[in-house]
Write a protein that binds this ligand. Sequence first.
Ligand SMILES: NC(=O)c1ccc[n+]([C@@H]2O[C@H](COP(=O)([O-])OP(=O)(O)OC[C@H]3O[C@@H](n4cnc5c(N)ncnc54)[C@H](O)[C@@H]3O)[C@@H](O)[C@H]2O)c1
Length: 428
Amino acid sequence: MSSARQPIAVIGTGYVGLVTAAGFAELGSEVWCVDIDADKIARLERGEIPIYEPGLAECVLANRERLHFSTELAPALEHAQLLFVAVGTPPTYSGDADLSAVNAVVDAMPTSDHHALVMKSTVPVGTGAAIKRSFAQRGKEGFAYVSCPEFLKEGSALEDFLHPDRVVVGDDGDWAGDAVIELYAPLDAPLVRTDVASAEMIKLAANAFLATKISFINEIANVCEETGADVLEVARGMGLDRRIGTHFLKPGIGFGGSCFPKDVSALKQLAGNSGYHFQLLTSVIEVNELQKRRVVGKLQKHLGSLVGKEIALLGLAFKSNTDDMREASSLVLSARLQADGAKVRAYDPVAEEQARSLMGGVEFAPGALDALDGADAAVLVTEWPEFAELDWSQAAQRMSGRLVIDGRNFIDPETVKAAGFIYEGIGR
Ligand SMILES: NC(=O)c1ccc[n+]([C@@H]2O[C@H](COP(=O)([O-])OP(=O)(O)OC[C@H]3O[C@@H](n4cnc5c(N)ncnc54)[C@H](O)[C@@H]3O)[C@@H](O)[C@H]2O)c1
């Protein structure tokens, strides 16, 4: 890569920030990373990667020379003009996005006519305009602003960074937007250059649409269960229509993660705050919440009362290939099961450490078969590849019950049934 690549800074070294930093370092930039979490920075300086993301550790290691980590902003401001912001924007109690971390970054910026904030964090429409107003009120109008929303998916984040479907740049048509576009140029992705508000809305609308697709297919799955149709056949037949497409037509026990739930609710709130009732998104959220709880009904259908029953959860992370537990369906499920008197034992190959701090009363097992020991029923929650290989004959010897609920339609029903189990998927 050319040594003429411009240096950048990344503020916030979480899932998005660290991947962005590693990705731009891979493309040849010196990257100055800043985080307020001193422990995280110390680990990164020692070469430890605080999150699980395939390929990330190798990429950070390969580009170690170009990656600089600090809790201080000063080195970033000294070396870079473009400051990518990737701090968290979690939901508040009302469902609006909590912008306190973004605002803390904005407040820390000095007066400058040669720096730009490049917003990777997902923020409500109007945030960029508010930040520019705030800069102007404090005599910092020279500080440029670019919206550059991030679309990576946890589990394939680095791959997504390096091969994006599109790059969206929302700006005022000045030097900063040009510089961001130049940085992304080697990726050869379709570019959408637009105004800041539209860029902000593209991110929220894209996530809300994907979440809508999931809730839609989950409702179709529920109707399939009532009518005898197989939702996998239905989704295949629907998806081959190019106007619909095959992606995000996978029924399951609801979407989770740090993005869909919060972005759908942020868009709903944003609409509400501007006087528009976004009826469709209200349903998308409600369907998702009900979907997480339907597993409890399936268990009760076969086991009757759950009091004293032992339920094994296979997988806890909100999806496979990540240790992220934010808004994972397993959280709601384990709480509901325990409230109904069940004992919950769980196994996740990667997310156990994160899960332990969030899931009270759950016993953690060191392996899938250990989790199944003596269980009345198994529920597959996360589609970790190792669960496709599970030896169900061995499982049958270790479990006391004969019920398997496949919350992701991930395991082969015939193999499970051949081992003597009752198999229940979603929508089939
Ligand atoms: N995780 C995803 O899959 C994903 C995908 C696309 C967009 N996003 C958006 O990107 C943003 C970041 O998400 P994430 O999942 O990477 O969050 P994260 O919680 O993993 O990381 C945020 C980081 O910012 C740091 N931070 C907080 N305040 C700071 C400050 N004032 N200065 C410096 N660092 C600070 C935190 O310590 C943390 O390390 C969010 O707005 C999210 O919606 C996330």
